[in-house]
Design a protein around this ligand. Structure first.
Ligand code: GAL
Ligand code: CA
Length: 326
């Protein structure tokens, strides 16, 4: 007798749909829980879907909610950002606004139709600044480029800075920007950068551990390890601790390590002296922007404005991070 259940529908709490690329990513966990709590404060509970790093799965999850979603904005952490076009098309057919976050769609896909220009948004972090900030933390640590040459930090004494990078996913915008801006900024600051290794670790701690192990076995002469995020740096640290010799400090034995995100584990490594810095990726600010945009769309009111730490470019909102170091 399903009709007996009908009255409960009218008292049903307001809900919104949240799509996540994985449930196994420490920064995403913190971002998802911030989003959940900001929406909860407005009385909206989120229904979340985990794509387990499979775009085909996310596509079918997305399609399955579209029709009954009453044109409410959907929060979308797309797995493969190059597939955004397909989901935008489906959303347009149901007149359902999209709030992409953390994994950025191509501008061309978001501006493909008049509908998309009005109804598709992106909220993320300012990864260009984060790359720059990683370089600045390093330069600070080495007490600038001219004193680096021949110092104890220039371990092979060739005057160049041997850099290794633990890189996030191949096509992820934050991996691209952090890699480019960290090395470009080091050069701008006067360092003769010798990029000896770029290891793809897809943001994952386990892969950071494994790639660090390989580099050490190859005898790589690393003078600076830049990681596109904390999780991979934490993995590298975890490996280095297994080969660490007693009686010598971690930083003297190995090399400075810098990450991005400021996760709990990252900050712990920093406190314990295994990392020299990280750059805060502000999940709270990103969650608040998503929540404000959601409400302005639903209530058809003006778009919210934010402080100087948020760079707004059309429908793209990027939060500037802050350096965390000694
Ligand atoms: C980045 C973050 C990474 C990872 C990735 C997932 O912004 O720094 O740690 O969570 O997003 O898309
Ligand atoms: Ca050197």
């Amino acid at each position: 007798m399903p009709f007996l259940l009908l009255p409960s529908c009218s008292t049903k709490a307001e809900t919104a749909q949240l799509f996540l690329y994985t449930d196994n990513d420490p920064f995403m966990d913190s971002l998802a829980s911030r989003i959940e709590s900001t929406f909860k404060e407005k009385g909206i509970s989120l229904i979340s879907h985990n794509a387990s790093r499979k775009q085909s799965l996310q596509n079918s999850q997305f399609v399955s909610i579209l029709q009954d979603n009453d044109k409410k904005p959907v929060l979308l952490n797309i797995y493969d950002r190059l597939s955004a076009n397909l989901l935008i098309e489906k959303a347009e057919n149901e007149d359902t606004p999209l709030l992409f976050f953390n994994r950025e769609p191509l501008l061309s896909d978001t501006e493909n139709t008049a509908w998309a220009k009005k109804n598709v948004y992106y909220v993320g972090t300012d990864a260009e600044y984060e790359g720059q900030a990683e370089a600045e933390i390093a330069a600070d640590y080495f007490q600038n480029a001219s004193s680096f040459k021949g110092s104890k930090f220039d371990k092979n004494g060739d005057g160049k800075l041997q850099v290794a990078i633990l890189r996030g996913e191949l096509s992820h915008q934050d991996a691209l920007s952090r890699t480019k801006y960290s090395t470009d900024t080091l050069r701008k600051l006067g360092f003769d950068v010798d990029l000896i290794k770029v290891a793809y670790c897809d943001w994952q701690e386990e892969k950071g551990y494994e790639e660090m192990r390989k580099m050490m076995l190859e005898g790589a002469n690393i003078e600076l390890l830049l990681s596109n995020n904390d999780a991979m740096a934490v993995g590298a640290v975890r490996y280095l601790k297994t080969i660490m010799k007693e009686g010598e400090s971690f930083s003297d034995q190995f090399f400075p390590i810098i990450g991005v995100d400021g996760t709990e584990q990252g900050k712990k490594c920093l406190e314990e002296g295994y990392m020299i810095g990280t750059v805060f990726n502000d999940a709270t600010a990103q969650a608040e922007i998503l929540s404000a945009l959601y409400t302005s769309i639903v209530t058809k009111t003006e778009k919210p404005t934010f402080g100087d730490n948020v760079i707004v470019n059309g429908n793209f909102y990027k939060v500037k991070g802050t350096k965390i170091h000694h």
